[in-house]
Design a binder for this molecule. Structure first.
Ligand code: ADP
Ligand code: ZN
Length: 611
């Protein structure tokens, strides 16, 4: 970590908009930032719920610079702290961190700086914060505020539970006059309520923003030929950085290898790799451009990289929450990004098996099953994906979004009552003991060994489904499972069974509307035009943008930091479009604060001049 920048000034009272403009180089606050900042600057407590990329950090970083004293930021992950501290130092802010990655000597120095009032912001791991010695140190320091980042870590039900987070109420008890601001991108209601209770924020204000991520284009497609589908998708994302999630370590390795043979820089990441390899791969993902990370869900938490352009799921995630969180790692910078989920019936069976065979109590299992059903509903919907996604988080999007696969190429539907009845009765006639593959064989009238063995060529449903192809039948099976007409039995290793709900359909009292997707669509990613690209429309501007990026990479390499810490893509794009010719004009670009202007202004202006 580089030494603190001497040109910076420790906090003194300044207006929030001045800090925003001079330090961060942003013209105006976004969304609810202004309200939040004013509330915290005035000493109020707050809970901030904002999606990833919504701009949460400014909500405490600006008050940290406005209020006298040091802001203490509780953060659960070293990588996250490291990133934030690097970014703040680039802005000329006096920021430091305290966690287990620091040598004792370095930690003592940071503590001394805190005691001397030399820091604007100090990031601390919760376990460190909670030690008596650190609390005593805080007692002698001037504290501007406490920010509790990733506040959902107090929730026992989430994936990121951190027991120490529950003890953070001590901050309120020991420092009652210091404002506390808790922040999270976790969207569900129960977690929100738990945060308020666990962090004793009842007196604070809750600032809830929309959880929509309009720049992410959602695509969900059946897994017909995953390799070809992935290739087609990646063809639209040449040279871009992205994450590909797989369920197993073996698949991570195989996928990364396959992509490497196709000329992409793809790195594997999973818990089976040693810590050093994982760290190296993560570091390359952050510091180089256009790298694809192929990973299990072990990867992603605490990754602040703003220019992840796509997220692919080659297997079904566990729940809508997980899907939202994982896809949310795309497009933090607000530029067009894409999320693709490929899923098949096997995934569903696997996940159900996973849930049902766990040692969790039954109530817990029922919740997990319900979550899986909701996800399946999203995957099979003919409605706008974003509307379905947001309604799961109790948010109403009045109009279809126009930026998801179902909006871009609405699936055709047909009256599938007859097909559904054929399928349901075939499941029934074969004894509700077989998986989709065999049931479809019977419908298609295939004389397989298994069909012969069970005498299924003798039953009335043998060969009655020849009007549809195998893929079409698979699509129908998935939809009936998503509708709850068919159930996947776990003890029976993915055997299909009938549910109560299918009675009216079998009796001919209820119609079933099905998507004609398997018929209408090519084996590509699921319809729609080419992916939106985060690039400039004018080719000359785009060429200049690429030259600016090259300079940025050079500077970043020399300092050993990720390129986005120097300038975000959004900033360089504006430079390429506006072509500033003077330092003053360069300073007007969004994302160019005073410290960066002084450090990098001339170098980037020279590139503009050459172009
Ligand atoms: P979060 O922590 O909520 O995921 P960040 O704080 O990382 O989001 O902000 C997301 C992006 O938006 C960053 O690139 C940040 O620089 C940018 N940003 C935040 N607030 C503003 C603003 N008021 N004006 C311009 N850009 C902003
Ligand atoms: Zn839509």
């Amino acid at each position: 970590m580089p030494a603190l920048d001497d040109s910076a000034h420790a906090s003194s009272t300044r207006a929030p908009t001045d800090v925003l403009r001079h330090v961060f180089g942003f013209e105006r606050f976004r969304g609810r930032q202004e309200e939040i900042v004013a509330h915290v600057c005035a000493g109020g407590d707050a809970l901030v719920l904002m999606p990833t990329g919504g701009g949460k950090s400014l909500c405490y970083q600006v008050p940290a610079l406005v209020r006298p004293g040091t802001a203490i930021v509780v953060s659960p992950l070293i990588a996250l702290m490291h990133d934030q501290v690097q970014a703040l130092r680039q802005l000329g802010v006096k920021a430091a961190m305290l966690n287990s990655s620091l040598a004792p000597g370095a930690a003592r120095q940071v503590e001394r700086q805190l005691a001397m009032g030399e820091l604007d912001l100090l990031y601390v791991a919760p376990e460190r914060l909670l030690t008596e010695s650190f609390l005593t140190l805080l007692g002698g320091a001037r504290i501007a505020l406490f920010a509790i980042d990733e506040a959902h870590c107090v929730s026992q039900w989430g994936h990121d539970f951190r027991p120490e987070y529950r003890q953070l109420t001590v901050l309120h008890e020991r420092f009652p006059g210091v404002p506390r601001i808790a922040l999270t991108a976790t969207a569900d209601g129960p977690t929100r309520r738990e945060i308020v209770e666990r962090l004793a924020l009842e007196e604070g204000r809750v600032f809830l923003s929309s959880f929509d991520r309009p720049n992410i284009r959602y695509r969900i497609a059946p897994k017909n030929n995953p390799r070809a589908q992935l290739r087609a998708f990646l063809d639209d994302h040449e040279d871009e950085a992205g994450i590909i999630y797989c369920m197993s370590r073996a698949k991570v390795e195989a996928t990364a290898e396959m992509l490497a043979t196709e000329g992409r820089t793809a790195l594997p990441y999973h818990a089976g790799l040693d810590a050093e390899t994982r760290a190296r791969h993560q570091d390359r993902f952050l510091k180089e451009e256009g790298i694809i990370m192929v990973a299990t869900i072990a990867f992603g938490m605490g990754i602040d990289k703003p220019d992840v352009r796509f997220v692919v799921h080659l297997d079904l995630p566990k729940s809508i929450e997980a899907y939202y969180q994982e896809t949310g790692r795309a497009g933090r910078d607000g530029l067009p990004s894409e999320a693709l989920l490929l899923y098949g019936l096997e995934d569903v069976a696997k996940l159900i098996q996973f849930v049902d065979s766990s040692d969790a109590p039954d109530a817990r299992k029922r919740v997990e099953r319900a979550k899986l059903d909701a996800l399946l509903g999203l995957a099979e919907t003919a409605r706008c994906r974003r509307q379905v996604l947001l309604s799961y988080f109790e948010e109403d999007l009045p109009q279809p979004c126009g930026n998801c696969d179902t909006c871009l190429s609405p699936p055709k539907t047909f009256d599938g009552t007859e097909a559904a009845r054929k399928l349901l009765s075939c499941v029934y006639r074969t004894g509700e003991r077989f998986g989709a593959g065999h049931v479809i064989d019977v419908l298609l009238g295939q004389a397989t060994e298994k069909v012969a063995k069970f005498g299924h060529d003798k039953i009335s449903t043998f060969g009655i489904g020849k009007a549809f192809s195998r893929d079409e039948w698979r699509a129908i099976v998935r939809q009936l499972v998503a509708m709850g007409l068919l159930v996947v039995d776990v003890e029976g290793h993915g055997a299909l069974g009938l549910s109560e709900k299918c009675r009216p359909v079998l009796r001919g009292e209820e119609k079933v509307e099905l998507k004609a997707e398997a018929r209408a669509r090519p084996a590509r990613t699921g319809g729609g035009e080419r992916a939106p690209r985060a690039q400039l429309s004018d080719p000359e501007d785009e060429a200049l943008f690429l030259r600016l990026k090259a300079l940025r990479l050079e500077i970043a390499r020399a300092q050993g930091v990720p390129p986005y810490v120097i300038f975000h893509d959004t900033t360089l794009m504006e430079v390429a479009r506006v072509r500033p010719r003077s330092i003053a004009a360069f300073g007007d670009i969004s994302g160019v604060g005073e410290a960066k202007l002084e450090r990098y202004g001339n170098a980037f202006l020279a590139v503009v001049d050459d172009g």
